[in-house]
Design a protein around this ligand. Structure first.
Ligand code: LR7
Ligand code: MN
Length: 552
C-alpha cells in the first residue's frame, strides 16, 4: 500500500518537472525568435513573454544602438555630488535614477490579452518628439534608450529632442551622437508648447509621437497607437501612463479603468470610466474614449496636427495646452482615446523643478484663460467662478485662434459637453444672498442653532451669520434652515439641518411677513432680545416685517 503511494508520488513529480520544462521551452521559443507570425487576417502577430520585459525585441544590441555616443562619460560627468540633496534639482531622487543606469527590465504591465493583439505589417514610422528643460541626464537617456530598445526599429524614423534652453548646450550636442537622434536647441526659453511645435515642424515622418523627458516606454507600446492612427488619422491616442516612483524609481502599473477629466477650474484629474461604459467593456484591449488627455504622451497624425492648428503658441512654459488641444480635437471632428495595450511609465512629481519667468500661477491662468476664452463659449463663466483670480489677468490676443476655430467650423462647447463629457455637471446657479431686515436690525444666527437680531452690517463686512438664501419654501444659511420648534403660537424658531420635506421648515412670504406654511403663524421678533418666535400673523406690525435685501 505504502509502495503504491510512493510510486504515485514519484510519477507525479516526474510529470510535473517535465511539464515545467515543456512550458518554459514553449514560451522561450515564442519569445526568443520574437517572430512575426502571419495570421489569418493577414496581419502580423507579435508575441512577448508576459510579465517580464527584456530588451532589444528587434534583436539589436544596446551597444550598436548608441553608435559613437559615450554613455559612461555622459552620465558620469553630471552625477550627484556627495552631500547634495538628491531631490533639489529635479524634484525626484536623482541618486536613485543615476544608480539604475540607462537600461533596466521592467514589468510588462499590460493585460495578458494584449500580447495576442494583431497589427498591420506595414505600419508607418513615427518621429518621436521630446522637449526638455534641464532634465536629468539619466532620466533623459533612459527615455531615449527605452524607445530604441522597445520599439520595432523600422517604426522609429527619428527622435527629435528639443532642448528648451537648458543651462548648458552639452546635453543636446552629446545626445545627437546617438543614431536616429537629432537635437534642436532653443536660443531662449520657450516653454514646452512652442518647443513641441518646433519639434513637430522639423519631423519628417507622417506620424508624431510626443513624450516627456522622463519616461520609460514598455513592451510593444508603439504599435497599438500607430495602428489606431493609421486606421483613422483624426484619432489622437495616448497610452496608459504607468507610474515611476519619484523616490525609488519603481515601475508601477496604473489602473486600466481611468480616463482624463477636469473640473471647471480647468484642473486635470484622472477619473473612473463611467459605470455604463465599464459594464459594456467586454474586451480589455479596446480603446477608452477620453474627454481630455494628460497632455505629455500621445500620438497624432502630422497632417491632422497641422490642419487643426498645432498648438496655441501664445501659451507659455507649461500647462493648459492639453485642454486646448483636447477641446479642439473633439470639437473640430476628431477623437481622443487611451489605448490600454500601450503602456508608458512617467515620473510624476509634486512640484516643478524649474522656474517660470512670469510665475507659476500667472502662467497657468494665462494659458487656461486662453483655452477657456477660445473654446468654452458661455460656459467660460463657470471657469471664472471656479477660478475668480483669473478675472482681469492678461492673456494676450486670441484673435488668431478664434479665426482658426471659425475656419475649421468646429462644434460648440455645448456639443462637447453633451456628446463627449456629459458627466461634467453644470454648477447649480448660486442663489443670491439676502439680509432679512427689520428697520436697522437684521436676523442673525448665533452659533449653529440659535437666532436673534443685530445691527445690520453692510458690504463688504456682512458676516455669514446675516446672509440668508430664500429658496421657497426654505430659508437657508448654508445647509441649515429656519425651523419652528412646535406648531403653536409662541414657539421658538431655530436652525435645523435643511430638509425640504420637513414641514417645520416650510415658509412663504405674506406681504412683508414670513408665514410658516403649515401652522399659518408668522415669524415674529417679540421679545426683541430673545430668539424669534412664531405668532398670529399681523403683517403690518414691525416685529413681523422682514424686508429681504439682496446682497450684490
Ligand atoms: O519650460 C519648459 N520647457 C520644457 O521643455 C518646461 C517643461 N519642459 C518639458 C519638460 O522637460 C518635460 O519633458 O516639458 C515636459 C513636461 O514638463 P513636466 O514633466 O514638468 O510636466 P508634467 O509631467 O508635470 O505635466 C503634464 O502636463 C503638462 C501640462 O503642460 C504637459 O502636458 C506635460 O507633458 C504633462 N505630462 C504628462 O502628460 C505625463 C503624464 C503626467 C500626467 C498627468
Ligand atoms: Mn513630466
Amino acid at each position: 500500500m505504502r509502495r503504491v503511494r510512493a510510486n504515485a508520488i514519484l510519477i507525479l513529480t516526474v510529470a510535473w518537472i517535465l511539464g515545467t520544462f515543456y512550458y518554459l521551452w514553449q514560451d522561450s521559443k515564442a519569445f526568443s525568435s520574437s517572430q512575426l507570425k502571419k495570421s489569418a487576417s493577414g496581419r502580423l502577430e507579435e508575441r512577448t513573454l508576459p510579465l517580464i520585459v527584456t530588451h532589444a525585441p528587434n534583436g539589436e544590441q544596446a551597444g550598436q544602438l548608441l553608435g559613437l555616443f559615450d554613455e559612461k562619460a555622459f552620465l558620469a560627468s553630471k552625477q550627484l555630488k556627495a552631500g547634495q540633496d538628491p531631490y533639489r534639482e529635479h524634484a525626484f531622487n536623482l541618486q536613485e535614477s543615476d544608480r539604475l543606469g540607462s537600461e533596466r527590465a521592467i514589468r510588462d504591465t499590460r493585460h495578458y490579452r494584449c500580447a495576442s493583439v494583431l497589427f498591420d505589417p506595414d505600419l508607418p514610422p513615427t518621429s518621436i518628439i521630446i522637449t526638455f528643460h534641464n532634465e536629468a541626464r539619466s532620466t533623459l537617456l533612459r527615455t531615449i534608450k527605452s524607445v530604441l530598445t522597445r520599439s520595432p526599429a523600422h517604426l522609429i524614423q527619428e527622435i527629435i529632442l528639443v532642448d528648451d534652453f537648458s543651462s548648458g548646450p552639452e546635453d543636446c550636442r552629446l545626445l545627437s551622437q546617438i543614431p536616429k537622434v537629432r537635437c534642436l536647441r532653443n536660443e531662449r526659453r520657450e516653454g514646452l508648447i512652442r518647443s513641441r511645435v518646433r519639434g513637430a515642424s522639423a519631423a519628417s515622418a507622417s506620424i508624431l509621437t510626443f513624450l516627456d523627458s522622463h519616461c520609460e516606454v514598455n513592451t510593444d507600446w508603439l504599435q497599438p497607437m500607430i495602428q489606431r492612427v493609421k486606421e483613422d488619422h483624426t484619432r489622437v491616442v495616448s497610452p496608459i501612463i504607468d507610474v515611476i516612483s519619484l523616490d525609488n524609481f519603481a515601475y508601477l502599473a496604473a489602473s486600466a479603468d481611468l480616463r482624463g477629466g477636469f473640473d471647471w477650474s480647468l484642473h486635470f484629474k484622472w477619473e473612473q470610466i463611467p459605470i455604463e461604459q465599464k459594464m459594456a467593456r467586454n474586451d480589455p484591449t479596446q480603446p477608452i474614449r477620453t474627454p481630455v488627455i494628460a497632455g505629455g504622451i500621445f500620438v497624432m497624425d502630422k497632417g491632422w496636427f497641422n490642419h487643426l492648428g498645432q498648438y496655441d503658441t501664445h501659451m507659455d512654459i507649461w500647462g493648459g495646452e492639453n485642454f486646448e488641444l483636447s477641446f479642439r480635437v473633439w470639437m473640430c471632428g476628431g477623437s481622443l482615446e487611451i489605448l490600454p495595450c500601450s503602456r508608458v511609465g512617467h515620473v510624476f512629481r509634486k512640484r516643478h523643478p524649474y522656474d517660470f519667468p512670469e510665475g507659476n500661477a500667472l502662467t497657468y491662468i494665462k494659458n487656461t484663460r486662453r483655452a477657456a476664452e477660445v473654446w468654452m463659449d458661455d460656459y467660460k463663466q463657470y471657469y471664472y467662478s471656479a477660478r475668480p483670480s483669473a478675472q482681469g489677468k492678461a492673456f494676450g490676443s486670441i484673435a488668431d485662434r478664434l479665426t482658426l476655430r471659425r475656419k475649421l467650423n468646429c462644434n460648440s462647447f455645448r456639443w462637447y459637453l453633451e456628446n463627449v463629457y456629459p458627466e461634467l455637471k453644470i454648477p447649480e446657479q448660486e442663489a443670491p444672498y439676502s439680509l432679512l431686515k427689520q428697520n436697522s436690525l437684521c436676523l442673525e444666527s448665533h452659533g449653529t442653532d440659535s437666532l436673534g437680531l443685530a445691527e445690520c452690517k453692510s458690504v463688504p463686512s456682512i458676516p455669514a451669520s446675516q446672509k440668508w438664501t430664500l429658496i421657497e419654501p426654505l430659508i437657508h444659511q448654508n445647509d441649515l434652515c429656519l425651523a419652528i420648534t412646535a406648531f403653536t403660537a409662541g414657539s421658538k424658531v431655530r436652525l435645523d439641518p435643511c430638509n425640504s420635506k420637513e414641514s417645520k421648515q416650510k415658509w412663504r412670504p405674506r406681504g412683508p411677513a414670513l408665514q410658516h406654511m403649515i401652522s399659518g403663524l408668522c415669524l415674529d421678533s417679540q421679545p426683541p432680545s430673545g430668539p424669534p418666535v412664531i405668532a398670529q400673523c399681523r403683517p403690518q406690525m414691525s416685529s413681523q416685517s422682514w424686508e429681504p435685501q439682496l446682497i450684490t
